[in-house]
Design a protein around this ligand. Structure first.
Ligand SMILES: Cc1cc2nc3c(=O)[nH]c(=O)nc-3n(C[C@H](O)[C@H](O)[C@H](O)COP(=O)(O)OP(=O)(O)OC[C@H]3O[C@@H](n4cnc5c(N)ncnc54)[C@H](O)[C@@H]3O)c2cc1C
Ligand code: SF4
Length: 511
């Protein structure tokens, strides 16, 4: 055998770089379903079903097309349950002259596979991942010499470089950012009739995986059914079509809005398909831009959406790969609190958290503002140890792969990187959640109160957070105003807030 081409669970695209020059007469593909990838942090049932089912569909297509394939299934009695052990066994058995791999999405996995190649004295041809607009080298060039990184500047450079939403050398509509037109709340009457999300009925392969996962990972978070995520490229393309036609035109207006019992709203639900490489971000962005140019979607909606993919998605990947492995260890605010137990059950009287965690455990999905300004905000204000928060997010979401999850959690939600990713902590009281949705009206707490029995825990913890980090935050020009407001509190108010915050941390409000 000339090359053993390694294909991981988030690399399910035949046009990926690992297949360049593939010759079925001399090369073969290697895939392995291993328990370690679901247990090194406890992966939710939805997430594991998604990865395994998508891998099995991809493997089926390879076989159908006559591609030599060595695919170890999870339920194979000979399975050694770690990528390294499985690869080691495959190399011993197949004796390839070299290994080929598209750069993986997880630093730990890269180290493990490199280690096996080294141990066998085999060359590992590590290739760029073309499922991004930029390479990690591009990001490093952009970052070099800058005192502070800011997504906005990176995004504008990406727009210019890739000629996206540009009219000549000017941004379409004469401005780079339409945030002021976007990000509204639904108002008293709520979202009205929502377009249904694309849900794919499980086929026999997915059904078999659901049964396997329900048995094998019975104690893991969440539930395997109902399962409706795209697991093939054809299904992912259908989901893309559906989003562009029915939800993109309203994406921007409602991108930050929340509504109790409505998990899907006007979001794309394409994160998992993008991260497993069933879709290429270029085609997603091109479809969105084409909808704008054809007059089918307004510019603020399309710009708001493209910014997420061309801007944030590329930016967080650059941060991850230029800063690992040290990035994972950051804890700039010295947060040491354990993750509350209700994150694994959703059993809490806080209506916003109950809803966000409940839908997360049910579907493996919550939209960005729920991740940032509900679950993320609560763990920031409570002072939960960042690595525990990271493990939760990496385990529960179907689109979670470390390169994207870690900077979003450590950097954006928790400010644990001390300001690499975000210029200030996203700290807010419960009034933000009240403004952006209707959860507070069905909650026993009051977001306007910081002390007393009805005090919203977010509001109490917000003031406590500012107080605990006053010196550090006062030095940040973007936080100075918020910190100044602390001076309006009397000494008695401050100590009442601190006492209630201590009670919350001690679990007094857990159920
Ligand atoms: C604490 C936290 C954890 C997160 N963890 C993940 C994760 O594990 N995997 C993941 O893909 N995204 C993650 N995100 C980013 C974002 O919340 C999800 O991409 C998004 O909610 C996925 O749903 P969607 O496809 O409906 O996205 P939409 O809101 O419709 O956005 C469209 C696409 O833009 C991209 N995108 C949007 N925001 C971001 C962002 N901040 N970073 C990177 N890409 C972005 C995604 O590919 C997404 O599919 C996280 C954000 C936060 C605040
Ligand atoms: S009152 Fe506080 S805890 Fe309750 S829903 Fe509103 S923000 Fe969440």
């Amino acid at each position: 055998m000339r090359h053993l081409v390694l294909v991981l669970g988030d690399q399910l695209d035949r046009s990926s770089s690992a297949f360049d020059g593939f010759d079925a007469a001399q090369d073969a593909v290697w895939m392995a379903e291993v328990a370690e990838e679901s247990t090194h942090i406890p992966s939710s049932k939805q997430r594991t079903v998604l990865f395994l089912s998508a891998m099995r569909h991809f493997a089926h297509d390879l076989r159908r097309d006559g591609i030599p394939l060595h695919h170890r299934q999870l339920d194979d009695p000979a399975n050694q349950h770690s990528l390294a052990a499985e690869l080691d066994a495959a190399i011993t058995r197949l004796r390839p002259a070299g290994l080929v791999l598209t750069a993986p999405g997880d630093w730990r996995v890269l180290q493990a596979l490199r280690g096996v190649a080294r141990q066998h004295g085999l060359p590992l041809d590590l290739r760029d991942d073309r499922h991004f607009f930029s390479t990690v080298r591009d990001f490093a060039d952009h970052a070099s010499g800058r005192k502070q990184l800011r997504m906005e500047y990176f995004y504008r450079a990406m727009r210019q470089r890739h000629r996206i939403l540009m009219d000549g050398d000017q941004p379409c509509g004469g401005q780079w950012n339409f945030d002021a037109d976007n990000r509204q709340a639904f108002g008293r009457d709520g979202p009205g009739l929502l377009p249904p999300p694309t849900r794919v009925a499980p086929d026999a392969t997915t059904e078999a995986v659901i049964t396997l996962v329900a048995q094998r990972f019975a104690g893991h978070p969440g539930q395997a059914r109902p399962f409706g995520w795209p697991v093939t490229r054809a299904q992912a393309l259908q989901a893309l079509d559906d989003f562009i036609t029915h939800r993109l035109p309203h994406f921007g207006t409602w991108q930050d809005a929340m509504w109790a019992g409505e998990p899907w709203l006007y979001h794309a639900h394409l994160g998992a398909a993008l991260n497993l490489k069933l879709l290429n971000p270029r085609e997603v962005v091109a479809r969105a831009e084409a909808a704008y140019r054809a007059g089918q979607a307004p510019l603020p909606a399309v710009e708001g959406f493209i910014r997420q993919i061309l801007g944030w998605r590329e930016y967080v990947r650059g941060i991850y790969w230029t800063m690992m492995p040290g990035y994972a260890e950051h804890n700039a605010l010295d947060a040491q609190q354990p993750l509350p137990a209700f994150f694994w059950t959703g059993d809490t009287p806080m209506a916003c958290l109950r809803d966000a965690i409940g839908q997360t455990l049910q579907h493996g999905y919550a939209h960005h503002i729920q991740r940032l300004m509900v679950t993320g905000l609560y763990t920031l204000l409570l002072g939960v140890q960042p690595q525990q928060v990271h493990a939760w997010y990496l385990g529960v979401y179907v689109d979670a792969v470390e390169w994207v999850e870690l900077p979003n959690v450590l950097g954006m939600a928790l400010f644990a990187d001390g300001g690499v990713m975000a210029s200030k902590p996203y700290a807010a009281t419960g009034k933000y959640i009240q403004r952006m949705g209707n959860h507070c009206s069905g909650c026993r707490f009051d977001p306007a109160q910081s002390t007393g029995d009805k005090a919203c825990p977010f509001t109490t913890l917000y003031w406590d957070f500012l107080g605990r980090h006053e010196a550090r935050l006062a030095a940040n020009p973007r936080m100075a105003l918020q910190v100044k407001n602390l001076a309006r509190l009397s000494a008695d108010q401050r100590s009442a807030i601190a006492a209630r915050a201590d009670a919350i941390r001690a679990g007094a409000l857990a159920t």
